[in-house]
Write a protein that binds this ligand. Sequence first.
Ligand code: 2NL
Length: 353
Amino acid sequence: MGITEDLHELRDRGIAAVDATNDLVGLDAVRVEFLGKKGSLTTILRGLGGLSPEERPAVGKVSNEVRQALESAFQERHAELAAAAMAERIGAEAVDVTLPGRARPVGSRHLIEQISAQVVEIFLGLGYRIAEGPEVELDYYNFTALNQPPDHPARSLQDTFYVRDLSGERADIDGESDVLLRTHTSPVQVRVMESQKPPIYVLAPGKVYRRDVADPSHLPQFTQIEGLVVDEGITFGDLKGTLDHVCKAIFGPDRRTRFRPHFFPFTEPSAEVDVSCGICGGEGCRFCKGSGWLEILGCGMVDPNVFGYVGIDPERYSGFAFGMGVERIAALKYNIPDLRMLLEGDMRFLRQF
Ligand code: 2NL
C-alpha cells in the first residue's frame, strides 16, 4: 500500500474515532493519538524522507489535506461536546427564581428599650439633652456628692455591689473599695454639673445595680432614667408641671398625677409621684390595691449641699431632679405581674410588645 492510501486510511480512522467520542477528555486522548507529536500522522510523515523529489509535493499536499480534515473534525466535535457540557451544567445548576424565599424570623427592640426610647423622645421635645456616664463608678460620684455621707445605710455592703481592685493600685476605704457599680444614674448628673455651667436640662438613662434578690418587684440590675434641671428661678411648680406632662405623655392624656411628701438624701423637699390607675380610673381596684393610684417616680428640689459639692452657687441657682425605674413603668403600663419576666427572654412573652 502506498503512503497516500495510508494517509487516507488514517484520516478515515481518525474521523471515525472523533465521531465515536462522547466527552471532552476522550476527545483529547484521540487528538493526541492522531495528531500529537508521537501520533500516527507524525509517524507516517517521518517516512516521507524516503520519497523521491518528484513524489514529495503530491504526498505533502495529501498529508496537509488529511491534517486539515482531522483538525476540523476535532474542532467541530469539540464545539459540540463543549456546548453539550455547558447545557448540562446550566441544567444542573439552574436556580428557580420564581420559588418563594425562606422567611427569616425578624427581631424587634426589647420592651425596656422601646419605653426608654419613648421617654427620651418626650424629654428631647422639652429641650433636654441626653447624658451618659460609667456604670462602674467612684463612691464619691455615686454617694458623697449626693449628700450621702460614708455612714449612710444605702452605702452598706448589703445594698451596693463594690468592685474589688485586684491590682492594689487604688486605696480602699476601711478595707472596702471606693469603686462600685452605680446604684442610680445620679452620678452622671453630678459629672454634668461639675463640668458644665447652668442652665442645665439633662436626662440620664442607663443600667443601674443593687444587691437585691430578684422577686416580682425587684431586680438586681434595672434601667433607670433620671433627669436634672438647674437654672435661675426653678420652683417646685416647674417640677410638678414637667412631671405631670411627662406622665400624661407616657400613660395617656386622661391620667392624673399626685405628689406625696417623701425623703431622699439628695433633694429637699422630696416627693413620690403617683399616676391614677389605668384599670379603674382612680376608683380603686385590685391592680392599684384599692387606692386608685400607682407609684411611678421619685423627685424633689436639688439639695443645696449637692450644689456645694459641684461648685454651683445655691443663692443664684435652684433645680429639680427625678428618677424612675423603666421596668416598673413597663410593668404598670402592660400589667406585667413579675419584673423577672422582662429578663427571662421567653419569646412567647416578649413577642407581645
Ligand atoms: C427614684 C428616685 C430620684 C433624684 C433621683 C437626683 C440627682 C441629682 C441631684 C438630686 Cl444629681 N437628685 N436624683 C432625685 C430624686 C429622686 O430617684 O425613685 N428612682 C428610681
